[in-house]
Design a protein around this ligand. Structure first.
Ligand code: OXD
Ligand code: MN
Length: 609
């Protein structure tokens, strides 16, 4: 198919306008076929941008190494160009949209010279679902095309759905590295210097402009840019929720199933929870999605969730047969690896894969690397934010309804983060607004998923949406309250929980094993939804009694008490931090309901002393 075959005038005009600005050598329309996927991989293998992996061990897989300066989302170069700074709010970088467009037009002018422009029609969500949204990404990166083909539904079917005048979200992307006459990438990952990188969202016009990075969420524009930053704005206007949440299905030994969504900041194990193998006999967990949930009220007032994505863009390090067998299986074929190490027999290896590096490997910078466990300062062979892009349908525990266009009804929503102290293993909100309060105070120890925040510190990450909310976060809290208020009755709303798998003793020992044992907490959540859980009312919310959750091996009754006691002094410090450092940021946009919730929490904590 060529541009002249497309019957959608607005789309054709937009492509022509961008081509005039960026001057690519040619234009290719992506039809989503396996043939096109294979041809693009072949092109990149031949030009030295990626290597094919061992066909017996990893059939259909390739490995890319990115530029060392282009390895993660760059929050300081991510902009919400709302009409005013107040609309973008205190947690986003704002630039006046006209100014930003002028700067970026300068960068885009001639930026695709020597390259092919790819036009990717894609659907976020099952094709034709009433909850799905259509987008079109223009990019000059074949790597992006291959990744988008895994992460979204791409091609002719989307053009059919668009028809002659269907709505789509225009997403413009360039790696920002024009080629001179006769110049090639020479096998080197193309990108622009940091200060020229822009990941820009224009919420008022629902446009995305990205320049200078070829990596992950900066470049696969359907993911964080569309399905979160732009979708939050659409969801606010249309009365639904676009969230940084996994979706899982949990089934009891009696065969009853419930759907649970969960929001944790980046690198807190959402993919692991979504795919966990329960350690409690008879229970089953299956996956609907591992990163993003769109939840819309159905005719019965319940929230129905879809996973807008079609693949997993998972962090490789730490993924092992023990931590996430299902993710490894999903990424065992037809997968794109980025920035992991390459073994001599052309397989992949990374830190935490579950076995030692097999002899000399090639690290993510392309250098020979031999594991030396005695050398604590040895640089890792795989970048800490290295990734696998794997088709969701290949996951052994994918739920059969993962592509149901109507979505799945959500019974419980979990919030959580990495909190070595204070926050107990689990507690349940008293009601929807209390749950919104819990979402608004989420905080987590920072790890490696972003370039520009120091690892090891705790940052508040409300709803795990800090880098992903496309408008004023205070108004977003209000929107959550309104979604609850719009429900026909409180009973149809999901129950909301706050979990913490990451508690440590004063000596730094983990109190909870996590992984498959998190199913024990899911069981309590399940029982809370059915009204059969053993609970106790506390100053912070509703908690399990110490014997309510079956103890995993190695967890003593003392540990369990530590995991489930309210640390009153710790929580009072938490209240103080929220009151002085967190809530004031939102000024008059902070909903009154949340300010009152904080007062009530403080009063109940003090009364319990
Ligand atoms: C991700 C992230 O890549 O949240 O999913 O950073
Ligand atoms: Mn994420």
């Amino acid at each position: 198919m060529t541009l002249t075959d497309i019957k959608h005038k607005k789309l054709v005009d937009w492509v022509n306008e961008i081509a005039k600005m960026t001057t690519p050598d040619n234009i290719v329309i992506c039809n989503g076929s396996q043939k096109q996927y294979d041809e693009l991989i072949e092109l990149q293998v031949n030009s030295g941008l990626c290597v094919r992996l061992n066909e017996e061990k990893k059939p259909g897989c390739v490995l890319f190494d990115s530029d060392p300066s282009d390895v993660a989302r760059v929050e300081k170069r991510t902009f919400i160009a709302a009409p005013t700074a107040e609309e973008a709010g205190p947690t986003n970088n704002w630039i006046d949209p006209a100014e930003l467009k002028a700067t970026m037009t300068g960068l885009y002018t001639g930026c695709m010279k020597g390259r092919t422009m790819y036009v990717i029609p894609f659907s976020m969500g099952p094709l034709g679902s009433p909850i799905s949204k259509l987008g079109v990404e223009i990019t000059d990166s074949a790597y992006v095309v291959n990744n988008m083909m895994i992460m979204t539904r791409v091609g002719d079917k989307v053009l059919e759905l668009l028809g002659t005048d269907g709505e789509f979200i225009p997403c413009l992307h360039s790696v920002g590295k024009p080629l001179q006459e006769g110049e090639t990438d020479g096998g080197k990952w193309p990108c622009a210097p940091m200060d020229d990188k822009y990941i820009s969202q224009f919420p008022a016009t629902r446009e995305i402009w990205s320049y200078g990075s070829g990596y992950g969420g900066n470049a696969l524009l359907g993911k964080k840019c569309l399905a979160l930053r732009i979708a939050t704005v659409i969801a606010r206007d249309e009365g639904w929720l676009a969230e940084h949440m996994l979706i899982l299905k949990v089934t009891s030994p009696e065969g009853e199933s419930k759907y649970v969504t969960a929001a944790f900041p980046s690198a807190c194990g959402k993919t692991n929870l979504a795919m966990l193998i329960p350690t409690i006999p008879g229970w089953k967990v299956q996956t609907i999605g591992d990163d993003i949930a769109w939840m819309k009220p159905g005719a019965d007032g319940r929230l129905y969730a879809i996973n807008p994505e079609a693949g997993f863009f998972g962090v490789a390090p730490g993924t092992s047969a023990q931590s996430n067998y299902n993710a490894l299986a999903a990424a065992s074929k037809n997968t794109i690896f980025t920035n992991v190490a390459l073994t001599a027999d052309k397989d992949v290896w990374w830190e935490g894969i579950g076995y030692d590096a097999p002899g000399e490997v090639i690290d993510w910078n392309g250098n020979p690397w031999t594991q030396n466990k005695a050398d604590k300062s040895q640089k890792p062979a795989a970048h800490p934010n290295s990734r696998f892009t794997a088709p969701a349908g290949q996951c052994p525990c994918i739920a059969e309804e993962w592509e149901d266009p109507n979505g799945v009804p959500v019974s419980a929503i979990l919030f959580g983060g990495r909190r070595p102290s204070t926050i107990p293993l689990v507690h349940m909100a008293r009601n929807w607004n209390h749950g919104v309060f819990l979402g608004s105070i989420v905080g987590s120890e920072v790890t490696a998923a972003t370039l520009d925040v120091k690892a090891g510190t705790i940052r508040r990450d409300p709803f795990a949406m800090l880098p992903f909310c496309g408008y004023n976060m205070g108004d977003y809290f209000k929107h959550w309250i309104e979604v609850g208020a719009a429900a026909p009755s409180a009973d149809v709303l999901p129950k909301i929980f706050y979990v913490n798998w990451f508690r440590k003793t004063a000596e730094g020992k983990w109190l909870w094993p996590g992984y498959g044992d998190n199913s024990r907490v899911l069981k309590w959540v399940f029982e809370c939804c059915n009204g059969t859980a053993k609970t106790v009312d506390t100053p912070i919310g509703i908690m399990p009694t110490v014997d309510a959750i079956d103890r995993p091996e190695g967890v003593t009754e003392e540990d369990m008490k530590a995991l489930l006691t309210v640390d009153v002094d710790g929580w009072l410090k938490e209240v103080e931090d929220i009151r002085t450092n967190h809530y004031p940021k939102f000024g008059s946009h902070l909903p009154q309901e949340l300010a009152e919730m904080l007062d009530t929490l403080e009063a109940s904590l003090k009364a319990s002393k």
